[in-house]
Design a protein around this ligand. Structure first.
Ligand code: IVH
Length: 686
């Protein structure tokens, strides 16, 4: 094969593979195969510069640096679409009524056929192909004259550098017209936009001058298209949807839907959400369907577009100034707006979680007036770096809670203070902590924090805790709101009159509640401990603590190491319990509850073995004469030691019984001390 034939064959293959990958989203070969062919083509083109060609897949980037954009006069003007301002479904009906009137159709006439499409939120682009090769890409400009941005548009892989007639989707076998002008929308996918902004933030953080983040995907796409350096444009991943043919439509194409099919067969991406609709009801349905789908699309749309399908009817309807009478844009409410941050409040949730919330100047977005937007947690607030006084972009999509998308940094006032999460709870003043590995900061004032009151009481009264029958969420809410309960001990000070005074509370039910509260005074230590709602102390952990220590005073005073001797208690749980009882107000609550008459059986707990083996690691192997494996393990752990599965240099002792195997050999090899059962007992018990 000579070089020219091989080059042509490679280009043809690469065109097809790129189309499958970028347009159809259905790659036919692994990436490595594409790369191999691409590199082969590059090598051949370098060897034979005379065979280089503008439509080669190797020629997407590298148009060089421009000084300015040149002007392009559009051979066919680029129109705009009339906007139906009514965001309700009636917008579709009034469009249909207008078209029927203009086409002089009566009620008896059949419904009009339309194509309904998405209104992509990007920028319009006109692509000119001569003899099937992309020669020019121009922005809309004022509709008459735009700018030549060919060098940047060539970097968009979804845009064919060369038109192909793809037999699989081709409707007609018209020859390729000498000039084809395709119109469509250049846009940026939401994920690409996020990644781009992430990269931009990194550049800003690294101190690179002149870099900024983008407000939304449309803004980012427009910035990329207007780059003088195509290398920068190539770094900002753009996409494309074709939606019309301004020149070179084959004569056999008579409808807009056929136009879309033709565009596909030339190799353009066409949105799969375009739908042929008969009459107004079908348009209304499309509008509703796409509204529901809007948030799950990978790109932004700001509405839908309805177009009369028949090209003959389109011609009959004509234009008013720059707007065709046969099409209308039916918008959805905007999902993003700009506003300013008046303050950043920190709210404390029922579970003690601290959430920073931006208080906003009221703004109408996504169909409602928004005055608050959550900043979620410390990391999110830092990442977005929202400061009081900032101008921000607020997004409310669907029913999702409003959020701050980004800060418009150019508008930041000098001296704006960086937000930091408070060190103390804004409700009760207790210390707020963020545990390692967690994103949330929490108030530690569990039992005294006003924000956590309802949750704390609900937990205490739960069936599995101290159990106050009939005292559920609703009643607790009423009691707290009425101010008759502020903390747990208040429960035991309630009188009948307090309860009867609550709304919808009959005397009989009130008496039942009083009786249930009285009954709850006789409880058990595990229930009481669990009922205190100590973070990480669930029901079984509470049981384990109760069994091990036997009484509440020992638990309240136990040191961290001591707490960790309890089976299955690790450093996180131990620290949580320690922190809880280190807070004087929590101890105070325990004292008050006892003073109110809460009782439970207490004991001495499991005798505490002397902690002789702290820091020592053991491996058990073989069968010991009297101790079972679990018993031996318990004995070691009770004395503060650790048992692991395999012998290493870090092992301190191997305890070997009969039929000890490879572990014993390994111990000898490494010189690790070997004990029998008696030796072990001797170590644990002085
Ligand atoms: S058709 C017949 N179809 O909306 C008029 N335009 O004002 C020619 N747009 O900036 C446009 N999605 O880029 C048409 N599916 C769609 C569209 C669409 C977005 C944009 C277009 C232009 C504006 C029209």
């Amino acid at each position: 094969m000579n070089a020219q034939t091989e080059i042509e064959s490679l280009r043809e293959q690469l065109h097809r593979l790129a189309h499958a990958y970028y347009v159809l989203d259905a790659p036919t070969v692994p990436d490595s195969e594409y790369d191999r062919l691409f590199q082969r083509l590059e090598a051949l083109e370098n060897e034979h510069p005379e065979l280089q060609s503008k439509d080669s897949p190797t020629q997407r980037v590298g148009g060089g640096l421009l000084n300015a954009f040149s002007q392009v006069k559009h051979t066919v003007p680029m129109l705009s679409i009339r906007t139906e301002t009514d965001t309700e479904s009636s917008g579709a009906k009034s469009f249909d009524a207008r078209i029927r009137k203009e086409l002089k159709l009566g009620e008896a006439d059949s419904p009009i056929e339309y194509v309904a499409e998405l209104k992509f939120d990007g920028l319009a682009m006109s692509l000119r192909y001569e003899d099937g090769v992309l020669v020019q890409a121009a922005t809309r400009g004022d509709g008459e004259t735009g700018e030549d941005v060919t060098h940047n548009i060539r970097t968009i892989y979804q845009i064919p550098l060369k038109l192909t007639a793809l037999p699989s989707t081709s409707l007609f076998d018209d020859p390729l017209p000498p000039v084809v002008e395709v119109r469509g929308e250049v846009y940026m996918r939401r994920d690409s936009f996020e990644q781009l902004n992430e990269r931009q933030r990194a550049k800003i953080a690294a101190g690179q001058k002149g870099e900024k983040t983008f407000v939304n995907p449309r803004n980012a796409a427009a910035g990329a298209v207007r780059q003088l350096d195509s290398k920068i444009a190539a770094d900002r991943p753009l996409s494309f949807f074709a939606y019309s043919v301004a020149q070179g439509l084959p004569a056999s194409v008579t409808t807009h839907s056929q136009t879309l099919t033709q565009l596909k067969s030339w190799g353009f991406p066409v949105s799969s959400d375009a739908r042929v609709c008969q009459g107004a009801e079908a348009l209304v349905q499309f509008h509703a369907d796409m509204a529901a789908k809007r948030d799950s699309l990978p790109f932004d749309i700001d509405g839908v577009v309805y177009k009369v399908n028949s090209l003959a009817s389109q011609a009959q309807l004509g234009f008013v100034s720059r707007e065709p009478r046969w099409a209308v844009a039916h918008k959805y409410p905007a999902q993003e707006q700009m506003t300013t941050v008046l303050a950043i409040d920190v709210q404390v949730g029922r579970t003690g979680k601290l959430t920073p919330v931006a208080k906003l100047a009221p703004v109408f977005v996504g169909g409602v007036t928004v005055t608050n937007a959550t900043l979620h947690n410390e990391d999110e607030a830092r990442r977005k770096d929202v400061r009081v006084g900032d101008t921000v972009i607020v997004r409310r999509a669907g029913d999702v809670i409003p959020e701050v998308v980004s800060v418009v940094l150019e508008k930041r006032m000098q001296g704006a203070q960086i937000f930091s999460i408070p060190t103390h709870c804004p409700v009760c003043g207790s210390v707020a902590v963020r545990e390692p590995g967690e994103t949330d900061t929490r108030c530690t004032g569990g039992l005294i924090c006003g924000a956590q009151r309802k949750q704390a009481i609900e937990h205490f009264a739960h069936k599995r805790a101290v159990y106050i029958d009939g005292l559920g969420e609703k009643l607790i809410e009423q009691m707290v709101d009425a101010g008759i309960i502020k903390s747990l001990p208040d429960l035991y000070k309630l009188g009948l009159a307090n309860i009867v005074a609550l709304e919808r509370m009959a005397e009989k039910s009130a008496l039942n509640v009083i009786a249930a509260i009285e009954k709850s005074k006789h409880t058990t230590l595990p229930r009481f401990l669990f009922g205190l709602g100590i973070r990480h102390v669930g029901e079984s952990t509470a049981k384990a603590f109760a069994k091990h220590f036997g009484n509440i005073d020992t638990i309240m005073d136990a040191g961290l190491e001591h707490l960790q001797n309890v089976p299955d208690v690790g450093p996180v749980v131990a620290k949580s319990l320690r922190d809880f009882f280190d807070a004087p107000y929590n101890r105070e609550v325990v004292e008050q509850l006892r003073a109110c008459g809460l009782t439970w059986e207490e004991g001495a707990g499991t005798p505490i073995a002397p902690q002789l083996l702290v820091g020592k690691t053991f491996v058990l192997t073989g069968t010991l004469p009297t101790l079972g494996r679990d018993e031996a393990k318990e004995m070691i752990e009770a004395a503060g030691g650790k048992v692991t599965g395999s012998v290493s240099k870090k092992t301190d002792y191997v305890v070997a019984g009969t039929e000890a195997g490879s572990k014993l050999d390994k111990a000898r090899e490494l010189g690790v001390a070997v004990l029998d059962e008696d030796g072990l007992r001797g170590l644990c018990i002085p």
